[in-house]
Write a protein that binds this ligand. Structure first.
Ligand SMILES: [Zn+2]
Length: 108
């Protein structure tokens, strides 16, 4: 009945969103501390944040720092990074510039 159809549509939507998220996903992040490439990282759920398209988080294999990358409105990213660094309290926030990913932080 209608329910099955509804579920089918939602599954399709979820699949589409996942597909798009995968398409946006960068191949690697760059550690903000030691510039090492980080190949293993996770997508973060940022759908509830207006202006944020995607966020990725990983751990640097060399210095074990937290590495983040964001895609979306630069202003939104800036305030999100501020909140995040308060929460995380110490981890270095990396920036991703390859492939159109905006830098999350200005150079020190
Ligand atoms: Zn590192």
């Amino acid at each position: 009945m209608g329910q099955a159809k509804l579920r089918g549509n939602r599954d399709q939507r979820v699949a589409l969103v996942k597909e798009r998220a995968e398409a946006m996903r960068p191949e690697n992040l760059v550690c903000g501390s030691c510039q090492a490439e980080v190949h293993e990282f996770q997508s973060m759920d940022v759908r509830q944040i207006d202006g944020m398209e995607a966020a990725y988080a990983g751990i640097c294999p060399q210095c074990k720092d937290a590495v983040w990358a964001f895609r979306g409105d630069p202003d939104v990213i800036a305030s999100f990074v501020e909140t995040l660094s308060e929460k995380v309290g110490g981890g270095t926030l990396g920036a991703q510039t390859k492939g159109g990913m905006p830098a999350a932080l200005p150079d020190k």
